[in-house]
Structures are given as structure tokens and as C-alpha cells.
Ligand binder design. Structure first.
Ligand SMILES: [Zn+2]
Length: 226
């Protein structure tokens, strides 16, 4: 399918550019709501960046869909470059969303939520985009313990497709509090389902895409009509 690249879509605190890719159906004016794919929120989880990059390459060969989508391969280039969870300001981007339950508290430095909700340029860019296009689904790519975490309705077909493909279990709660996270901002505050793919951390990167490929094929098949 035809893919358009928005170079320098956003800029990180350390002046690394963040790119966004989308198909030609992606249009803020369209009543058809897009799916947003986000890799590299945490810089020390290269599995998620790899998965996003491979998905993008696969999309180039895949047939057109009538539904819009957009993909950010690496939301946190500062952290990715430095091998840290946090961005160039030392902020955990998945605690910086302007969710109603955003909290300045952090149990560990690595979860530092920033000086205020949406204080970070990466999160402002993403939430500005989300406010404009009202996505129907967020899927973000992480690595920790293998699971597909769903914040959304029971039996979400996209989550089932990813679970079937990977053999990973669907969970509805990651097991610890995540104030200011994408799940809170998306599902709890806006009723937009959020799927968080947790790949096994430190796994051979070559194995990541083959494990999820058939799940994404199904998800794109489901985007046939709007
Ligand atoms: Zn993560």
C-alpha cells in the first residue's frame, strides 16, 4: 500500500526528530477513525521498535486498506539512543499522558512522570494528533514479560488476533498502577481501547516479527471496510 512519511513530525528534548508514517486514507477530516501504532515509548525496549519497523516494511507490500492508520516507529528517540526507559528529560513517557489520574508520585526514578501532565514534547505531539483524529484504537509496543494487555472491551478482536499469533496471554491489567499512562488517557478517559503488546524482554530481535506477523495480517484484513 502507499505510505506517506511525515519527517520531523515531532522533536525530542535532545533534538532528535520523530517520524510518523500513515496511509493515504489517514485524514483528520475523514469520519473513518484511524488505528494508531506506537513503538519505542521506552528507549530500553528495542523489541518494540523492531516490531514497529517490521510492521511498517510489511505494510509497504500489503494491499490497501480502506481504513486509515498511522505509525510512529520510535516515540522516544532520546531514550532509544541512550538505552534508557526515559526520554532526554528523564521522564517516563508512559506516565506523562494528560490523564485524569496523572500523578506526580513515582515509586522509582525510572517512572518519573515529569513536572506536569503532557510536559514532554513527544506526548504533546501524540495527544494533539489524537485530539485531531480521534483514533478508534491505540496499539503500542513494549517489552517486559510476554503478554497482550488490553484496556478496553472484552473480546476485542485485534487483541485476540495478536494473542493467537504470539501465543501470549491476554491480560486486562498489567498488575501495577500506571497513572498517566496511555491506557488511562485512552480507555479510562476517552473510551478508546488500548492494546499494549509486551514482548519478552531481551529476546532475540529476529524472532519478534515472525511471532506477531499473522496477528497483524488479521488486523489489517479487518480494516477492509470503514
Ligand atoms: Zn515499555
Amino acid at each position: 500500500m502507499k505510505i506517506l512519511k511525515v519527517s520531523d513530525w515531532a522533536m525530542s528534548p535532545k533534538s532528535n526528530s520523530i517520524d510518523l508514517y500513515h496511509n493515504s486514507q489517514f485524514d483528520p477530516e475523514s469520519p473513518c477513525r484511524p488505528v494508531l501504532f506506537i513503538g519505542g515509548t521506552h528507549g530500553d525496549e528495542p523489541e518494540g521498535v523492531r516490531l514497529a519497523e517490521e510492521l511498517l516494511s510489511w505494510c509497504e507490500q500489503a494491499p490497501e486498506t480502506s481504513q486509515p492508520w498511522a505509525l510512529i516507529p520510535c516515540l522516544n528517540p532520546d531514550g532509544y539512543e541512550a538505552g534508557t526507559r526515559t526520554n532526554g528529560n528523564g521522564v517516563d513517557l508512559n506516565r506523562n499522558y494528560p490523564a485524569e489520574n496523572w500523578s506526580p508520585e513515582a515509586s522509582k526514578q525510572r517512572y518519573f512522570p515529569g513536572p506536569g501532565p503532557a510536559s514532554e514534547p513527544e506526548i504533546r505531539a501524540l495527544t494533539d494528533l489524537a485530539e485531531k483524529v480521534s483514533p478508534r484504537l491505540f496499539i503500542h509496543f513494549h517489552a517486559w514479560q510476554p503478554m497482550v494487555v488490553v484496556s478496553g472491551p472484552e473480546n476485542l478482536p485485534e487483541a485476540q488476533a495478536l494473542a493467537d499469533s504470539s501465543g501470549y496471554e491476554i491480560k486486562h491489567d498489567i498488575g501495577y498502577p500506571t497513572s498517566g499512562s496511555l491506557s488511562q488517557y485512552g480507555w479510562k478517559d476517552r473510551n478508546i481501547p488500548v492494546i499494549c503488546i509486551e514482548e519478552q524482554e531481551k529476546i532475540d530481535l529476529e524472532t519478534v516479527w515472525p511471532r506477531f506477523r499473522s496477528g497483524f495480517e488479521k488486523i489489517f484484513d479487518m480494516m477492509g471496510t470503514c
